[in-house]
Design a binder for this molecule. Structure first.
Ligand code: AP5
Ligand code: MG
Length: 212
């Protein structure tokens, strides 16, 4: 199966764009963050292990994440075209993905954005409790305040979107990002995108990358 990896800081817009492109183009969107949040809600063994790391804004250990993505990909048909959002986050995760005989990483798209924009994006984000659709108090507002446009459920603030935890997530991101970019640059699979612009403009640039 063909994979496009979305790389980028917390708040850079990976989830927003992957959800839009899944709807418009029929891609399969896999977000490891969404999967972990579902596991926490369902109180599965993985959810119980992951919660402490996520609440602090730390990464969940590689072995748990590699198993989670391996099991998820194994259930999908070979013909799927996948947008992978939030995985890989480390070079060992990238290597594990490349070692999977059923998957080919076609390209990695880096959502580049100045850090000063991110804290406001994260602290102002509101997320649908049920379907995970992201909104923003100022930039991406729902039609009815506090309710998801798609499924009508309540919008909540993610527990890791407080300023303190968001700052820590950005620090963790900085620690891993260069290595990950170097990995995909060396593989000649890296494309960079200016993620500090209008949602629709970014979507149209991404469409060009994905159709190339
Ligand atoms: P995850 O859920 O992946 O969070 P993240 O990487 O921190 O990314 P975000 O979801 O915060 O940002 P996003 O880029 O999706 O932005 P969004 O589109 O929502 O991971 C959460 C945690 O899970 C991690 O901290 C870790 O603990 C664990 N985890 C997950 N995967 C892991 C892995 N592989 N290994 C280890 N641990 C893992 O947009 C953000 C906001 O901006 C929204 O409010 C949105 O409405 C708004 N917005 C979007 N685009 C624009 C725009 N163009 N202009 C203005 N506003 C915009
Ligand atoms: Mg996201």
């Amino acid at each position: 199966m063909k994979i496009t990896v979305f790389l980028g800081a917390p708040g850079s817009g990976k989830g927003t764009q992957a959800k839009r492109l899944a709807l418009s183009h029929g891609f399969t969107h896999l977000s490891t963050g969404d999967m972990l949040r579902a596991a926490i809600t369902e109180k599965t063994a993985l959810g119980l292990k992951a919660k402490g790391f996520m609440d602090q804004g730390a990464l969940v250990p590689d072995n748990l994440m590699i198993d989670l993505i391996g099991e998820t990909l194994a259930k999908l048909p070979n013909t799927s075209t996948i947008l992978l959002d939030g995985f890989p986050r480390t070079v060992p995760q990238a290597k594990a993905l490349d070692a999977n005989p059923r998957t080919t990483v076609h390209q990695a798209i880096y959502f580049s954005i100045p850090e000063k924009a991110l804290i406001q994006r994260l602290t102002g984000r509101r997320t649908c409790k049920k379907c995970g659709e992201p909104y923003h108090l100022l930039y991406v507002t729902p039609k009815v305040a506090g309710k998801c446009d798609k499924c009508g459920s309540d919008l909540i603030q993610r527990p890791d979107d407080t300023e303190e935890v968001a700052r820590h997530r950005l620090e963790v991101f900085r620690g891993q990002n260069e290595g990950l970019l170097a990995y995909y640059r060396q593989e000649k699979k890296l494309n960079e995108l200016n993620a500090d612009q209008d949602v629709l403009k970014i979507e149209s640039l991404l469409t060009k990358f994905l159709e190339a």
